[in-house]
Ligand binder design. Structure first.
Ligand SMILES: Cc1cc2nc3c(=O)[nH]c(=O)nc-3n(C[C@H](O)[C@H](O)[C@H](O)COP(=O)(O)OP(=O)(O)OC[C@H]3O[C@@H](n4cnc5c(N)ncnc54)[C@H](O)[C@@H]3O)c2cc1C
Length: 398
């Protein structure tokens, strides 16, 4: 292995494909090693803030993404008990004018496809499914990766984009399993024709209630509708069947607004996801190995920014590698410094706001009052640190 070997990326999720594309566009050779048989075959809806658009520009995929996206009319936070709209931000013109780009929703599969098409059209990127990375070793001039089927693959450096349960992180950071926070999520996509009367179909909605919330928005040229129900439960560690899950959802949401109940009736409650995050850490790299996205800084879904952060990481990392002239260890130190504070803020502020979304009793009264007092401008000001985006245009040199 030598520095002229390709850069290896473990994981072909949104972060892995983005970094492959960002590096490929700068002329680097990249091998994306993905455990599953098909890259990006499953998924639900995903919301993306205006901060991701400068990244799409750099990746050359803005138009392709916009073709598959919906711009919700507004982002509205509702009180889940009374149905009152607490904050409302029109997408166009308010968000677009303030941040220079819109807020979009897109089917994850479609975003993946845009990235896959762009990777396939870029010389030097090799996409390798059925290649589960099981370990790595570092040598003076490069890295070697071992795979589940016994292969040894040489590279100049290794980027772990292998998600929340990253095996690369386990070696580099070694801080155990992600922490479940006692909440679970159910996700469903239904045909738009199945959406009950009385539901706002053209907005991105967030309903906040005591111990539970719900998110919904349209997808795929308004033919589909994405619904996410998240709630606190002592049974988060158990694998319930559909009847168990349904009974629990009915109990949890008994005080919820009728619109939410009508949407819950449409949900497929067979499968649920345990919500987990990690504490932020300062170090993501060890010599020629680093991590990005959920492997590096998994956050709660409060800001709906996990994918955006992974894509920002990708662009920044490619920038650092490109400037380092083969000094991968230097590039990776530089990258973790450039990205650490911003991503830690998403993790930590996300936990704080999560409390507000799910508060009970008098704490809930306080949060609801605070949210309701915010004008459009106040909300934009609160989100400016996030939506204004990272300072990638400044020199990344330390
Ligand atoms: C309920 C829910 C709602 C969300 N909503 C939003 C949202 O609205 N907006 C948003 O921005 N984010 C959202 N997120 C977060 C977002 O999905 C993640 O932050 C994002 O997908 C992280 O991308 P990633 O590439 O780091 O990891 P992943 O997307 O998890 O990709 C990791 C990839 O690595 C592969 N892999 C794993 N192990 C190995 C291995 N050993 N070898 C090779 N390959 C491997 C996996 O198969 C996978 O393809 C949500 C998450 C949840 C749970």
């Amino acid at each position: 292995m030598t520095t002229s070997d390709p850069i290896l990326v473990a994981g072909g999720g949104l972060g892995g494909l983005s970094v492959a594309l960002a590096l490929g566009r700068k002329g680097h050779r990249v091998r994306v090693l993905e455990a599953t048989a098909e890259l990006g075959a499953i998924g639900y809806g995903i919301q993306l803030g205006p901060n991701v658009f400068p990244m799409f520009e750099r990746l050359g995929i803005t138009d392709a993404v916009l073709k598959q996206s919906i711009l919700p009319r507004a982002c509205i936070m509702f009180d889940a008990l009374s149905g009152r709209a607490l904050t409302r931000i029109p997408n166009d013109p308010v968000l677009r004018e303030r941040f220079g780009a819109p807020y979009i929703v897109i089917h994850r599969v479609d975003l993946h496809q845009v990235l896959l098409d762009a990777c396939r059209a870029t010389a030097g990127i090799s996409l390798e499914p059925l290649t589960a990375v099981t370990g790595f070793a570092q040598q003076a001039e490069g890295v070697t990766v071992t795979t589940e089927d016994g292969r040894v693959i040489a590279g100049a450096a290794l980027i772990g984009a292998d998600g929340l349960r990253s095996g690369i992180r386990a070696r580099v950071v070694n801080d155990g399993e992600p922490k479940p926070i006692g909440y679970v999520a159910h996700r469903t996509i239904v045909p738009m024709s199945a959406v009950p009367e009385g539901v706002d179909r053209d907005i991105s909605a967030l309903w906040i209630g005591p111990g539970f919330h719900m998110v919904h928005y349209p997808l795929r040229h308004n033919t589909l509708f994405n619904i996410v129900a998240v709630f606190r439960t002592d049974t988060f560690g158990e694998r319930g069947d559909s009847a168990f899950n349904t009974a629990e959802v009915e109990r949890t949401y008994q005080t919820a607004h009728p619109v939410m109940k009508a949407l819950l009736d449409k949900m497929d409650l067979n499968r649920r996801w345990v919500i987990a995050d990690r504490d932020p850490v300062r170090r993501w790299s060890d010599n020629r190995v680093t991590i990005l996205g959920d492997a590096a800084h998994p956050a709660l879904q409060t800001f709906a920014q996990g994918a955006c952060m992974a894509i920002e990481d990708a662009v920044c990392l490619a920038e650092c590698v490109d400037q380092a002239g083969g000094d991968f260890a230097g590039a990776f130190r530089h990258y973790e410094r450039a990205r650490g504070t911003r991503t830690a803020r998403v993790q930590l502020e996300g936990r704080h706001l999560w409390e507000g979304y799910h508060a009970e009793g008098i704490a809930r009264d306080v949060w609801i009052d605070a949210f309701a007092r915010r004008s459009e401008r106040d909300v934009c000001d609160c989100l400016a640190w996030l939506y204004d985006g990272p300072r990638l245009t400044e020199p990344v040199a330390a």
